[in-house]
Design a protein around this ligand. Sequence first.
Ligand code: NAD
Ligand code: UDX
Length: 470
Amino acid sequence: MKIKNICCLGAGYVGGPTMSVIALKCPEIKVTVVDLNESRIAAWNEENLDNLPVYEPGLAEVVNEARGRNLFFSTDVDSAIEAADMIFIAVNTPTKNYGEGKGMAADLKFVELCARQIARIAKSDKIIVEKSTLPVRTAETLQTILDHTGNGYKFEVLSNPEFLAEGTAINDLLNADRVLIGGKQTESGQKAIQSLVDIYANWLSPKQILTTNVWSSELSKLTANAFLAQRISSINALSALCEATEADVDEVAAAIGTDSRIGSKFLKASVGFGGSCFQKDILNLVYLCRYFNLPEVANYWEQIIILNDYQKYRFAKKIITSLFNTVSGKKITFLGWAFKKDTNDTRESASIYVAEHLIEDGAEIHVYDPKVSEQKIKADMRYLWEEKGLTDQKIESKLKQIFVYQSPLEAAHQAHAIAVLTEWDEFKTYDWNSIYINMYKPAFVFDGRNILDAEKLASIGFQIKGIGKG
Ligand code: NAD
Ligand code: UDX
């Protein structure tokens, strides 16, 4: 079946960029991205492309070319569902924060609502594509809901997990290592797979498009994220040993990375990984393993999260011990708040947890991030403290320990220490001499990303401490 009309439920970090690229590369297909969040859709429709809700290098150019031609953003979910031959589900699947599986399982309520809405509205056969990251066997749940609550039309469910990383999303989509499509082994299942293959074939070669059964596709996504995060926790674990032994973690990573069996990517030691995916997806994997009574497997993967929490805590503790065992009343400047460079996303950013530890010890946190607003930074901390059950009064009082600036120089003025939380390129280009002059002495720099020139900073007079640097 040749697809002429696509609808995507969810206009977030995945739905927005993926559909923009599909629209760009398939001008004959009408692509409508819908969301319940009106302000998000309004932002996608903003004339000024600087105000798109997602910041991604190259995204504005893609949106500019396709929007209004064959790419549309709307809150009219029902009309978009009705008109579509193929519907992508790209809604959020956060960790459950209530009830059964709290803190571990993926919350599938938004996905379930999508299935019920599609079934209710559909007046023709449709292909449903799982784009959200889902626990293995979710397609079965979706099929059951669609078949039992629909109007007698046929739904073919495919799994097509997304592998883009934020900050490089457009490049990852245009030059994907691979696209994965899972479907049923029946004739209609294979036809549905082919319809989606034909879409990606507009810009990817056949060998980049892998097809599998549905369960392998669903499980591959959780597995890919678990393997990637495992590499970071492995190198971060060794960073602690490097600090104790005067080995240099970047040298160790370079040495092992040249082994072609290991490879050099994803071995950058850091203050800890963040982002909306790694932690959530590993917790989900651990939950699934326990559900299927595989406790040893669950414990193995859980260790990645335990180590990541340890790494964030270790970084905060090093700041406190270096500053003579207290940061009470001291000004600590955070360079960066986003979970990685080139994104305005802050979900699960290490900065949130490091800030919490330091605020607990009485520090004032003075933040500069090129893309994250004061409102967002404070909302992140408020959410954390609300989840921990702090009273409103207590939260308001803690928020008074956070200050946000438009300029790095202002943020660092009269600071006792600077902590680099995000690897934004611009941090490397600052006039570190001027920053030094305006700081309290000894002036400390804690480089949580190992991006600064440590020798140069030491020659200026800074006490510089990196990750995994003996
Ligand atoms: P997001 O929170 O940025 O976007 C999800 C959007 O879905 C929200 O705007 C929300 O309002 C909307 N939504 C929820 N229910 C809806 C409904 N019933 N109808 C219409 N819209 C609805 O989330 P995201 O980062 O785009 O992630 C989406 C999914 O993709 C998740 O499962 C995630 O694990 C997965 N994923 C994310 C990334 C990433 O880098 N962010 C990468 C790969 C996969
Ligand atoms: C990740 C996966 O890479 C992507 O394939 C999946 O689709 C979604 O989840 P994302 O979270 O956007 O993407 O970014 P990623 O580049 O993986 O970085 C995640 C975190 O790990 C960031 O905080 C990053 O700074 C950190 N990181 C990454 C390291 O600390 N060291 C590294 O070597 C790589």
